[in-house]
Design a protein around this ligand. Structure first.
Ligand code: NAD
Ligand code: MG
Length: 399
């Protein structure tokens, strides 16, 4: 039996994780849950999964949750804030952490659990983008198993040679095993065929209406700008220790081929499935065994089109910015991620337009001077400075 902490249990990935867990009560026991502010859903999850600890974002939410749990006759330890998130993920009883908080807030509870050698199921790509080297060394030194949950990386993990050893043990080996490159597929998002002019006027609701996937609002906007794919390039670089030149992106509007690995002998191995995150989640939870994910099978008795096309970097500059940050390395990916989080938030609040997201990220990336050590503190400081710069640009734009 695996003992699970779900960081971000009320989000899209968190709810899907609990769906898979619900179907396998003999395999999984929930030890801790965390959420920012959705107390109602969290209380329901407590009643069903009986965790020993729950953590919310702030004191007022904690006291509301406490009252609700009391009225339901449940005894659960309730805590709040950033340090409490770390307590939830590092509980002695926890052996597996689903990292499904969105954004930089997920970094500390995930990395602290990694240091203790707990199995990390990584959905929270921002954590890896902002602190990839440090995160991967924490994994390597503790020997923790790291299983990618992002569908593309989960696909690649399945298509790479020797995927049934943990990433911690397999860093840097892929080039010598005949891997030529990895091909990350992207749906192209809701605006795949929009002109630059049309892109200027799109609304948050349009951006969040993804054609194939149901996801949280931040990643939905990232998919629409294709920053999501850019973050995924950086994520892949860290997970699989491949240089940027060996990580390619192509548009595949049907979202059935989740990604591919090209080998030097001309073979290309792909992983296919429904666009349903329960498949990679079940892969991570069950690994090394396969378990039922409760996902509809792909039906090959009817005709299917699988098409592929190159990305238009002119309309989706966020992808180029990500490659740029990856080539600069150091703190550039941290700055890129922080600026993007602020830009997406401002777009969702209708403070800036859609095409201003990439403009803002580009400005922050090019003008932010941070020279700090590549320590966790240095990264958090760069994150803070980049957010400040981004916020002041947003103010200027909206004034
Ligand atoms: P979501 O917005 O639906 O859920 C986010 C969760 O994080 C919620 O439980 C929320 O309460 C919690 N949270 C938000 N801000 C927080 C904060 N400051 N402190 C603590 N908790 C906080 O997002 P999602 O779509 O589930 O995505 C979660 C992560 O998984 C993201 O990093 C995303 O990039 C990644 N991911 C998601 C999908 C998907 O299909 N949804 C696919 C691949 C990767
Ligand atoms: Mg993805």
């Amino acid at each position: 039996m695996r003992h699970i902490c779900v960081l971000g249990s009320t989000g899209s990935i968190g709810v899907s994780t609990l769906d898979v867990i619900r179907a396998h009560p003999d395999l999984f026991k929930v030890e801790s849950l965390t959420a920012h502010s959705n107390i109602e859903l969290l209380a329901k999850q407590c009643a069903e999964f009986k965790p020993t600890m729950v953590v919310v974002g702030f004191a007022e939410a904690a006291s509301r949750l406490n009252e609700q749990l009391k009225s339901m006759g449940l005894t659960v330890t309730v805590d709040h804030g950033a340090e409490a998130l770390v307590s939830a993920s590092t509980l002695t009883s926890v052996d597996t952490v689903m990292a499904a908080i969105v954004g930089a807030a997920g970094l500390l509870p995930t990395i602290e659990a990694a240091k203790l050698g707990k199995r990390i199921l990584l959905a929270n790509k921002e954590a890896l983008v902002m602190a990839g080297d440090i995160f991967m060394s924490a994994i390597a030194s503790s020997g923790a198993e790291l299983l990618p949950i992002d569908s593309e990386h989960n696909a690649i993990y399945q298509c790479l040679p020797d995927a049934n050893t943990s990433n911690g043990g397999s860093r840097g080996r892929y080039s010598s095993l005949g891997v030529k490159e990895i091909l990350l597929t992207a749906s192209g998002g809701p605006f795949r065929n929009y002109s630059l002019d049309q892109l200027r006027n799109v609304t948050p609701d349009q951006a969040c209406a993804h054609p194939n996937w149901v996801m949280g609002r931040k990643i939905s906007v990232d998919s629409a700008t294709m920053m999501n794919k850019g973050l995924e390039v950086i994520e892949a670089h860290h997970l699989f220790e491949l240089p940027a030149e060996q990580i390619k992106v192509l548009i595949h509007p049907q979202s059935v081929v989740h990604s591919m690995v090209r080998y030097i002998d001309g073979s290309v191995i792909a992983q296919l499935g429904q666009p349903d995150m329960k498949t990679p989640i079940a892969y991570g939870l069950g690994w090394p065994l396969r378990i039922d994910a409760g996902v509809k099978e792909l039906d090959f008795t009817t005709a299917h089109d699988l098409s592929f096309e190159p990305v238009d970097l002119n309309r989706f500059p966020c992808l180029s910015l990500s490659y740029q940050a990856l080539s600069v390395r150091g703190l550039a990916p941290t700055i890129l991620n922080a600026a993007n989080e602020i830009a997406v938030d401002a777009f969702l609040k209708k403070e800036i337009g859609f095409t201003q997201i990439s403009e803002l990220v580009e400005r922050v990336l090019n003008q932010t001077q941070v020279s700090g050590a590549m320590s966790l503190d240095g990264i958090l400081e760069a994150d803070r400075i980049a957010r400040q710069e981004a916020l002041s640009i947003v103010k200027g734009l909206t004034r």
